[in-house]
Each structure stands twice: as structure tokens, then as C-alpha cells.
Design a protein around this ligand. Structure first.
Ligand code: F6P
Length: 322
């Protein structure tokens, strides 16, 4: 294996640049030529690889987003497209690929390697923290800190004006972001898709006499319907007669300079991914297992995204918000 390829696919996540940097520099350390595929799998479809030298990744570790750009490449779901990409990779003598991305990106990588493409190793990168098999994905820590800062700011206004807010965070159908920022931000309630409660129950909790609050923040996970907090606010207002303002944090959570944790873990994972390729591993991902980094097979194609299964933190919040 003389040539390796790195790409970032799916939604961008803070820390992806640290992972790219680690792949490029580790590759060069071991005497490999490293190429990047711009905009994820789209670069393979367009047959446009870019050579990456150690200096190509200078001064990117602190930048959010991805210097390689990212995309959700629908064409790559077609077998015919993947066949063309595989032929192109063989022509370019690419002996291994590091895919940095989320569930969809790993599914594409797994198909490519199963169909006879070069060995592929995945580095989990998504703010959702929802890849089955790993307890951590790059970008999650930065995103939760970004969301937390926003909640702290909204709290100032909520408290100054005696207002009630719903703050919606990203995460698709996984409530990890919502749970963490809800607890850390002192949210009065946390609504996540894994443990939905009826509006009437939520209204009862809001109005419970233990401590009637003059201001409050409810953190809502976007679930499968970004913007759903607007409808929830209307329904809650009907049940409680309290006016709820809505703040959807949206893509603000995806950008920004990565935290120490994201830069460090991304650097470790990128390094390990190249080492794994050198050890002839394929169809694997670097994963966080408890507090240790390990190498695991890609999740099977039909494995659902990781979700919150434990209600303990929600119960804790229920106690603390009284
Ligand atoms: O998967 C990351 C994520 O930011 C989700 O939390 C969100 O639902 C989705 O991507 C938004 O995707 P897009 O940027 O394509 O609108």
C-alpha cells in the first residue's frame, strides 16, 4: 500500500480537520502518499483527487468545518456509481481509505469495501453522537458546548423578562445533545424522542405547585422533524396559558472551533485509522469503548443509529429542576 485516501462525508463536525491532519501526517510519517477526495464521495464520482502534503494541513486543527468539504452524496447509493468509483480508485492505485463521517458515510464505506474496493477504515464524526458501537463521535463535545453557551444567553433574557422558552437542538432521532445540554444548562425539562411524554403530562409538570417558576427553559431534541418545537410551544401554551418563545439553534451547533476533547480524540482516531490500514485491517471503525479507543467492525447495514436508552439522566433532571 503506497497511496491512501481520506474524505469527510455527511454533515461537517468540529474536529474533522484535526482528524484529516492526523491521517495526512501519519500517512507521510509511514512513507505513504496521501490524497483527499473533495466533498466526500462526490470527489470519487467526479474523479478529482487532491494530493495532501504535511503542509497542506498546517493551521487547520483549530478550524471548524472540514478543509476537504463534505457532502451527502446520493449518487453513491447507486451500485453503478460505486463500480465506477472502484475502477477509478484502482486506476489511482489507492490502497486504503479513511472515511470520516456518520452513519450514512460508514454505510457507503462498508459497501465499497464489500464490493471489492480498497480496505476502508472509518473515523466517527458527527455532532449527533449516534453511531452504533462507539460511545463518542468527533464534534459532539464542541456542539454541546456551543448549544450550552446559547442556552446560558437565553437564560439571561428568560430570567430578566420572566419568560418561558423552548430551545431546540439538533441530533436527529438521538437525544444525546439534548440530554447533556439540558442538564448542564439547568433546563426545567428535556424532551427527547426516545422518551416522549404527552403534552398534557408536560403541562402538568410545568404547572406543578412545588415551585412555580417565573421563567423556564425546555430543551427539545429536533427528532425527525426539525422545527417541531414551534408546534410543541403552541400546544403547551394551550394547556398552560403560558406564552412560550422558541429558539431553534440549528446549524450554529455544527460550526466553530473544536474543543480540546474533539481535537485530541480526532487526532488519536486519525492516527489509529492509518495504523489500522497499515496492519491490513478493513471494514473497521475506530471507536470509543468506555474510555478507551478500540477498533471494531463497521456496524451491520441494518443497525439503527445509537439512541439514549437510559432514563436515569432524565430522572435526575426532573429532581434538579424542581
Ligand atoms: O447529522 C448531523 C446533523 O446536523 C443533524 O443533527 C441534523 O438533523 C442534520 O445533520 C442536518 O442536516 P443538513 O445540514 O443536511 O440540513
Amino acid at each position: 500500500m503506497n497511496n491512501i485516501l481520506v474524505l469527510t462525508s455527511g454533515g461537517d463536525a468540529p474536529g474533522m480537520n484535526a482528524a484529516i491532519r492526523a491521517v495526512v501526517r501519519t500517512g507521510h510519517y509511514y512513507g505513504l502518499k496521501v490524497f483527499g477526495s473533495p466533498s466526500g464521495y462526490q470527489g470519487l464520482v467526479d474523479q478529482s483527487l487532491i494530493p495532501l502534503e504535511p503542509e497542506s494541513v498546517a493551521n487547520c486543527i483549530q478550524q471548524g468545518g472540514t478543509i476537504l468539504k463534505a457532502d451527502r452524496c446520493l449518487a453513491f447509493y447507486e451500485k453503478a456509481t460505486r463500480d465506477q468509483c472502484r475502477a477509478f480508485l484502482s486506476q489511482q492505485q489507492i490502497g486504503g481509505i479513511v472515511v470520516i463521517g456518520g452513519n450514512g458515510s460508514f454505510a457507503g464505506a462498508a459497501l465499497l469495501s464489500e464490493e471489492g474496493g480498497p480496505p476502508v477504515v472509518g473515523v466517527p464524526g458527527t455532532i449527533d453522537n449516534d453511531i452504533a458501537g462507539t460511545d463518542y463521535t468527533i464534534g459532539f463535545d464542541t456542539a454541546r458546548n456551543t448549544a450550552l453557551q446559547a442556552i446560558d444567553k437565553i437564560r439571561d433574557t428568560a430570567s430578566s423578562h420572566n419568560r418561558h422558552f423552548l430551545v431546540e437542538v439538533m441530533g436527529r432521532n438521538s437525544g444525546f445533545l439534548a440530554v447533556d445540554v439540558g442538564i448542564a444548562g439547568g433546563a426545567e425539562f428535556i424532551l427527547i424522542p426516545e422518551f416522549e411524554i404527552p403534552i398534557s403530562t408536560l403541562a402538568e409538570k410545568v404547572l406543578r405547585p412545588r415551585r412555580r417558576k417565573l421563567s423556564s427553559i425546555i430543551v427539545v431534541a429536533e427528532a425527525d422533524h426539525p422545527g417541531r418545537s414551534i408546534k410543541i410551544a403552541e400546544a403547551l401554551q394551550q394547556h398552560t396559558q403560558l406564552k412560550y418563545r422558541v429558539c431553534i439553534l440549528g446549524h450554529t451547533q455544527r460550526g466553530g472551533s473544536p474543543t480540546t476533547q474533539d481535537r485530541k480524540i480526532a487526532s488519536q482516531m486519525g492516527y489509529m485509522a492509518v495504523r489500522a490500514l497499515r496492519d491490513n485491517q478493513s471494514h473497521k471503525m475506530i471507536a470509543m469503548c468506555g474510555n478507551e479507543l478500540c477498533i471494531l467492525p463497521f456496524p451491520a447495514a441494518d443497525t439503527p443509529p445509537r439512541v439514549v436508552t437510559d432514563q436515569d439522566l432524565l430522572e435526575l433532571n426532573d429532581v434538579l429542576c424542581t
